[in-house]
Write a protein that binds this ligand. Structure first.
Ligand code: CP3
Length: 355
């Protein structure tokens, strides 16, 4: 493998000093980019795009051609894992994901099993290998998975939901059934992330998008406990380098200390948490990733630059900050805003280290 020419992201994730603050964006390859929409149209659908290693490689690299980003993130989706478990994933225009066979009865839950990533998810591992070849050492590749709980949300509910009533009813009425799903998911997520690492992912992120909808006790028992188990089971070193892990619970700011003690190397923050306070609460135990409000990108470039400086100053110059949005980039985001953001983070974070 070609040596990594820009390892700024990996060093920041391990709280090592860097010349500037590295930046990447959740959903950086997505519908705000016209070239993404063109490739997606050629593929025919989002799932066909995600299932073609060649096209997934093409869209993974698209944002890197436009912006000086410090990482690529595998183009895929968290829901490929339940799809591989046989739940039958589809995406309908304007409605988001849907499972044909959601987990609604005890028999289906007892029959659930973790997929073999080398078989059912082979197309993802092929994409990881192809992206690594195409990157040729430019920047590191981040692999990812949904958290056991966030995957369970979609698996039980069968689609997205405003209140997650079905899965939360199971949590309170039949916690034994939900635990059984979470145990299978923990095995599946651990195996899947380790297979991505083996195929060439140089850092991994766990998306716990819906952990923040849980009550205080339930978050610890039904989401964080299982993510802790995943992190403990991850391959720590590959190709002679440490593989950092990132946990991102959207809406999880109040549990920051607990997440920081889970064994992960970095914690993702959404925009509702103050950066300076977050840093004081976790000290130098973990790196922090975030946390610009994605909607700040809808203002003119000068305002984007000002907000970027505010986030950078909030985190300060101590090692261990990776710049990102507080959640995925929105579909209608102006491309010029992203260009202004990436430029400001590089120039201003360099200047902060010099003064
Ligand atoms: O960050 C990246 O650039 C990597 C690719 C990535 C996608 N989804 C591509 C995608 C990642 C890391 C995800 C994670 C994901 N997927 C999450 C967790 C993070 C989050 O955003 O909260 C969740 C909850 C999903 C499930 C999912 N996938 C939903 C709800 C949707 C529909 C959203 C919509 O606006 O229609 C998707 C589809 C999806 N995944 C798209 C992309 C680029 C848009 C699909 C399209 O091109 O039509």
């Amino acid at each position: 493998m070609t040596p990594l020419r820009n390892d700024t992201l990996l060093r920041a994730l391990l709280c090592e000093p860097t010349d500037y603050t590295p930046i990447w964006l959740m959903r950086q390859a997505g519908r705000y980019l016209p070239e993404y929409n063109a490739t997606r149209a050629r593929a025919g659908s989002f799932l066909a795009l995600a299932k073609s290693p060649a096209l997934a490689t093409e869209v993974t690299l698209q944002p890197l051609e436009r912006f000086a980003l410090d990482a690529a993130i595998l183009f895929s989706d968290i829901l490929t894992v339940p799809d591989a478990m046989g739940l039958g994933l589809s995406f309908t225009a304007g409605e988001g994901p849907r499972f044909e066979r959601p987990l609604r009865d005890e028999a289906a839950i007892r029959a659930l099993a973790a997929p073999d990533p080398g078989a059912e998810l082979r197309y993802v591992l092929d994409a990881v290998r192809e992206i690594r070849r195409a990157l040729d050492g430019r920047v590191p590749l981040i692999g990812f998975s949904g958290s056991p709980y966030t995957l369970a949300c979609y698996m039980v509910e069968g689609s997205g939901s405003a209140d997650w009533r079905t899965v939360k009813t199971m949590l309170y009425a039949r916690p034994d059934l939900l635990r059984r799903i979470l145990e299978v998911n923990t095995r599946a997520v651990t195996d899947y992330l380790n297979a991505q690492i083996e195929a060439g992912a140089q850092a991994v992120m766990i998306f716990d998008t819906w952990g923040g909808s849980l009550g205080h006790r339930a978050y610890e028992q039904f989401s964080l406990a299982y993510m802790r188990e995943v992190v403990a089971g991850l391959t720590k070193v590959n190709e002679g380098r440490r593989i950092p892990s990132i946990i991102f619970t959207k809406g999880g700011g109040q549990w920051l200390e607990a997440i920081a003690s889970s064994g992960c190397d970095a914690v993702g923050l959404d925009w509702t948490t103050d950066a300076g306070q977050a840093r004081r609460r976790v000290g130098d135990r973990v790196a922090l990733q975030g946390n610009l409000d994605p909607l700040a990108l809808f203002a003119p470039p000068d305002s984007v630059r000002e907000e970027a400086r505010r986030v950078l100053e909030g985190f300060g110059t101590a090692p261990g900050h990776v710049f990102n949005l507080g959640h995925g980039i929105a579909q209608q985001t102006p491309v010029e805003s992203v260009a202004a953001l990436v430029d400001e983070v590089l120039t201003y974070s360099k200047r902060m280290r010099q003064s």
